[in-house]
Design a protein around this ligand. Structure first.
Ligand code: PGA
Length: 262
């Protein structure tokens, strides 16, 4: 795991957006796994800026979102489909047919989950997967207890997640109880995972994810097995890491090495 600690949220979004930009420049038809929530919002803003000011081209990029609420149609203002179009896709030159987001309003959700997995395979797998982390250590909506072998499926949300996400709804009762989410195995098969966390409320989950034992109790900890993970944290999210100074030291030398090898 490459752990990059930056002073604040702005620096985090800049760092993450630059990594994504670089990968799109290397591979214009990149398969990009995307996330919703507050954390990636700044990254989307930065990518929109790169598109508008530096002509970053999304015309061949394919995207797959991690998850969607069960029961909400794509037009519902709280759906993740709506979130993605409203906060990102409408401002860039992505083609609608290259955007994949699970549908939460389909009758046969099981068949839809299998179709989603199939689609990811068909395009050759996800190249870069953007991830946030929940206070309970979830990635996507893989709540504690999710198996390492899990694929796209329906998950019941934990009371903690419902509480956290109720800030977007009128009240807690309106938050859907289920979501359709890529599984841990689906995420694990992405070639590169980019995990972002900002703020004190994520500090414990980050400590458990990076330095704790690998356990289904903290689904993000499965990323410890992955060969290419970049974690970008602001100081607050990194505040409980035991080896924080080492990560900073190591990143400094890693950058120096990359400069020398140019
Ligand atoms: P957040 O959500 O970015 O809104 O904190 C992250 C998550 O729950 O995965």
């Amino acid at each position: 795991m490459r752990v990059i600690i930056v002073p604040d949220y702005d620096a985090l979004t800049e760092e993450a957006a630059r990594i994504i930009k670089k990968e799109i420049e290397i591979k214009p038809d990149l398969v990009l796994g995307l996330a919703t929530g507050t954390t990636p919002l700044g990254v989307y803003r930065k990518l929109i800026q790169f598109h508008q000011e530096e002509s970053l081209d999304f015309s061949k990029v394919r995207t797959f979102n991690l998850d969607e609420y069960v029961g909400l149609s794509p037009k519902h203002p709280m759906s993740y489909n709506y979130f993605m179009w409203n906060n990102f896709f409408r401002y860039i030159n992505i083609r609608e047919e290259n955007v994949y987001i699970p549908r939460g309003d389909i009758k046969d959700l099981q068949a839809h989950c299998r179709w989603y997995e199939q689609k990811i395979k068909q395009v050759g797998g996800i190249d870069l997967q953007l991830l946030g982390i929940g206070r309970d250590g979830h990635i996507g909506f893989n709540e504690p207890g999710s198996s390492f072998g899990s694929r796209t499926r329906i998950k019941t949300l934990t009371p903690e997640t419902i509480e956290d996400n109720s800030r977007f709804f009128k009240n807690k009762e309106e938050v859907p109880k289920y979501a359709i989410t890529m599984g841990i195995r689906t995420i694990y098969e992405a070639k590169h995972c980019l995990l972002l966390a900002s703020g004190k409320t994520k500090a414990r989950a980050i400590r458990e994810c990076i330095e704790g034992p690998v356990s289904a109790f903290v689904p993000a900890s499965f990323l410890q097995f992955h060969p290419q993970v970049t974690v970008i944290l602001d100081e607050q999210a990194a505040s409980e890491l035991q080896r924080k100074d080492y990560y900073k030291h190591s990143e400094k030398f890693q950058r120096q090495l990359e400069e020398d090898l140019k």
